[in-house]
Write a protein that binds this ligand. Structure first.
Ligand code: GLN
Length: 203
């Protein structure tokens, strides 16, 4: 069973934990560095990025989170989670996010988006934007998966997927399926040393 950390300092971590449980994964609530041990994947939920940043600093989570993602742990960030991954925050994704980019007046809207999540697959998902950011700038390694108008709202760099919207609140599970598939692929790769079920049994 994959062990997936869900950052739970603030925000809608419970919705993510429910989606993961529905897919047969074990959600590990992350509130302090020790909670990051042996994770196969990581989710940074939506919420309020300033509050989340303060919590990450207070708990000494910045460095261990950065190390975990840089080590290649498949990671999903949604909304405020996208902001946390950007250059100005954890700096594990080569993007700069603009907060509340769609304007505070148009604070929420929904849109059907086509998301090419690898291979032949392209998923049509119902995306819920709540005071959402967009991707203002990104480096060459970053693939834009979906945009609203000209503005990228779903991006991927290797096994880090960041979306400006929420899918977890409607029970949509395809982003989490992608995350678990990446985690499984990584565990199967030759030389995989961390987080696999086998390693856990030996530990
Ligand atoms: N507006 C929030 C922020 O800037 C993000 C909103 C969300 O996660 N739904 O932190």
């Amino acid at each position: 069973m994959a062990l997936v950390g869900v950052l739970a300092l603030q925000g809608d971590f419970e919705a993510h934990a429910r989606v993961l449980a529905g897919l047969g994964a074990q959600a590990q609530v992350v509130r302090e560095p020790a909670d990051l041990d042996r994770l196969d994947a990581l989710v940074i939920p939506g919420g309020e990025s300033t509050t989340m940043t303060l919590g990450i600093e207070r708990e000494g989570l910045a460095e261990p989170l950065r190390d975990l993602v840089r080590a290649g742990t498949p990671t999903l960030g949604t909304c405020a989670g996208l902001i946390m991954l950007d250059r100005d925050h954890l700096d594990v994704l080569d993007i700069r996010a603009r907060r509340n980019a769609f304007g505070r007046q148009v604070s929420s809207f929904e849109e059907e988006l086509e998301l090419p999540l690898g291979g032949e697959r392209s998923e049509r998902v119902r995306a819920v934007f709540i005071r959402a950011p967009w991707v203002e700038e990104h480096g060459g390694e970053v693939e834009v998966l979906a945009s609203v108008g000209e503005r990228p709202v779903a991006v991927r760099q290797e096994d880090v997927l960041a979306v400006a919207f929420h899918t977890e609140i409607t029970g949509e599970d395809r982003l989490h399926r992608w995350l678990l598939e990446r985690a499984a692929a990584r565990a199967d790769a030759p030389g995989a040393t961390t987080g696999t079920a086998a390693t856990r049994e030996l530990a």
